[in-house]
Design a protein around this ligand. Structure first.
Ligand SMILES: [Zn+2]
Length: 357
């Protein structure tokens, strides 16, 4: 399995072509082990599915072989004690290699359920061509594990994404007589300072201290001697499970009214929050398996960002898709590595979970 992981790291899969090459490598590897594999193509992005076992329920293991760009030397895997360095070692070729090995290791006679393996090629660029497409074609399950690097912790929730483009309107005037106009930049600043005190910002949940509110884009003004009459400002808000995006928008719109600021608010494409709770029977079962397989107390947490889990959860009311995978560090960075022992543990957990009663 670790040799498989090293072979995967050597394939420079930071482009569409490279990711497809890695995908076809996975397909060949599985076929050589006797697995029936279907390779799909959507908009030139390849992905594979394979299924094993039967029963009323389906578990899906999802992994991506695409990686973010890295330095040339990062595509040459290096082992130092328990650490395996390389681009994608943690995010997430280790998860993929463990899922492939676990899939091959499954014992059909012990399987009371169906297990589907999904390997995809565009997670790092949004997942819309592969994981989303697979779900649209009906490839989904009752419980989905995306093998992202979580340190063998269970990422059962994630924040929803709400992206807003706001236009603040003022009144132009000569810069020497600013009191005759309304400065749209100043209106936007005043608004932004007050956003931190809105009720939705003060909420917290079992897994999150607060929502994430980022002000990433601001565009306004082009000369010294004019009071700017337009200021465009965008927010990237990651709201917590249980929060409603309509309510957040309402609070923002009301704030502008309260401050007597003229503001238009446009909503961009958004992703829902993932809302699996610890009471979910699959989460209960997974915790038991982690404890018996590793001897470690399972830890549940909420992710801040979105992953391919969103597409699977979207067809199940936000539930039943989690991030769970090996331990590593510095993914997307220069010293990305995975702990080899955690890759073995992850594989063992996957097999035990699939076989569990
Ligand atoms: Zn990833």
């Amino acid at each position: 399995m670790i040799e498989l992981l090293k072979d995967l790291i050597k394939i420079q899969s930071d482009s569409k072509e490279g990711a497809n090459e890695a995908l076809l490598f996975c397909a060949e590897w599985l076929k050589e082990k006797g697995e029936a594999v279907t390779v799909h193509d959507n908009n030139g992005y390849k992905m594979l599915t394979s299924a094993k076992g039967k029963g009323a329920e389906t578990i899906v293991w999802n992994g991506h072989v695409d990686v973010v760009p890295g330095h040339e030397e990062q595509f040459n895997p290096i082992v130092e004690q328990d650490r395996l360095y390389g681009r994608g070692a943690a995010d997430m070729k280790a998860g993929v290699a463990a899922m492939m090995q676990a899939f091959v290791d499954l014992d059909r006679s012990k399987l009371a359920r169906s297990v589907q393996l999904h390997i995809v090629t565009d997670e790092e660029t949004g997942g819309r061509n592969t994981s989303k497409w697979l779900v649209e074609q009906g490839y989904t399950g009752d419980f989905v594990i995306c093998g992202e690097p979580t340190g063998l912790k269970v990422g059962l929730q994630s924040k929803g994404v709400l992206q807003l483009d706001m236009t603040f309107k003022g009144k132009p005037a000569h810069g020497s007589r600013p009191w005759e106009g309304i400065n749209a930049i100043e209106s936007a600043m005043k608004f932004h300072m007050a956003v931190a005190d809105l009720p939705f910002q003060k909420e917290s949940t079992e897994y999150y201290e607060k929502p994430s509110v980022n002000l990433p884009i601001i565009k306004a003004g082009d000369r010294y001697n004019v009071v700017p009459d337009i200021c465009e400002m965008s927010y990237d808000i990651r709201y917590m499970p249980g929060q409603k995006k309509e309510e957040i928008i309402r609070q923002l719109v009301d704030l502008a009214k309260t401050l007597d600021i003229e503001m238009d608010c446009k909503k961009e494409e958004t992703a829902p929050a993932l809302t699996t709770t610890k009471e979910n029977p699959y989460i209960q079962n997974l915790q038991n398996v982690i404890l018996t397989t590793t001897g470690q107390k399972p830890i549940l947490f909420g992710q801040h960002g979105a992953a391919d889990t969103q597409y699977y959860a979207a067809v199940q009311g936000g539930e039943g898709a989690i991030e769970f995978g090996p331990s590593g560090d510095d993914w997307h960075g220069n010293a990305e590595y995975v702990l080899i022992s955690s890759v073995h543990a992850f594989k063992d957990i996957l097999v035990a979970l699939a076989h569990s009663k």
